[in-house]
Design a protein. Structure first.
Length: 288
């Protein structure tokens, strides 16, 4: 147990302490407690539960592969657990892939930004536990105040002060981290730190096939539900249409999204198999 606790730096321990305090308070409030139980109940619905388990199994296999090629060891458990939270958020937002053809490209680019390196360095060097415990709620209050005053023009002068405070503090953290790096370069330039830095982008890259496949399934399900509604009087025609769409698009999510977008009105006009074949033929002509 001590091994896993030692993996956390003082900032992460301070965050966990405040999260535990917050969780205790939340669970003491009956209304909020009932809402949380409702959310948990929704998460354990059969479909969602299967998807989450599939995600965890996939990530487990990726981690096992990284372990076999010596890119992962037990010292990266903390970083992996934190990344799983990101993976879950990406999974819940997978429907955005049906609206933005560059969605997956943006995810990869977001994981290669310089700001992530800066965040890694800043989080590598932290203050004492008591300082971090005091700083966490203080920064939280300042950030929340910034969000609130941004909604009202009469408080713009206060917003400028808050922004200046946050920027100044951010610069201070960077300077503090750089000072520690230069004063102890050997402790910074280690293989463990390098692996901790590149692990999230590598996990995200390896996660893309699963996320793509899930987004593809969602797109097919959404389209097929609409087809069942439009063709509820002719189930055989609905099945035929689905087979033709599967043959046409297969695993091409971009093509599927384009087909669904361009033919929504056409779905309501389908009367027989010839209409379906004509719709697909017209789509191929436009594509060509």
């Amino acid at each position: 147990m001590n091994f896993y606790i030692d993996l956390l730096n003082k900032r992460e321990k301070a965050i966990i302490i405040w999260l535990v305090i917050f969780l205790v308070w939340v669970l003491s409030q009956k209304t909020i407690r009932n809402s949380i139980f409702g959310v948990l109940k929704a998460l354990f619905q059969k479909k969602i539960f299967i998807v989450i388990v599939a995600m965890l199994l996939y990530v487990g296999l990726v981690v096992l592969f990284f372990y076999r090629i010596q890119l992962w060891d037990s010292s990266l458990i903390k970083d992996t657990i934190f990344w799983v939270g990101v993976a879950f958020i990406l999974l819940m937002n997978a429907n955005k892939a049906t609206q933005d053809e560059h969605y997956f490209k943006k995810i990869l680019l977001d994981n290669l930004k310089l700001i992530l390196v800066i965040e890694f360095i800043v989080n590598l060097y932290v203050f004492s536990l008591w300082v971090e415990i005091i700083l966490m709620p203080l920064l939280f209050v300042i950030v929340v105040m910034g969000v609130v005053v941004e909604m009202k023009k009469e408080y713009m002068s206060v917003k400028k002060i808050i922004d200046f405070t946050l920027v100044t503090f951010g610069i201070f953290l960077i300077i503090f981290a750089l000072f520690n790096i230069f004063s102890g370069y050997q402790s910074f330039a280690t293989s463990d730190n390098l692996r901790a830095l590149i692990l999230p982008p590598l996990l995200t890259l390896a996660y893309m096939p699963f996320l793509y496949f899930f987004a593809l399934l969602m797109a097919y399900e959404n389209l097929f539900v609409r087809l069942d509604i439009f063709l509820k009087k002719d189930k055989n025609l609905a099945k035929f249409t689905k087979r033709k769409i599967l043959t046409l698009c297969f695993v091409n999510l971009g093509k599927l999204n384009k087909f669904a977008k361009e033919n929504t009105q056409e779905f309501m006009k389908l009367d027989d198999k010839n209409d379906v074949l004509s719709m697909i033929l017209q789509f191929n002509k436009k594509k060509g």
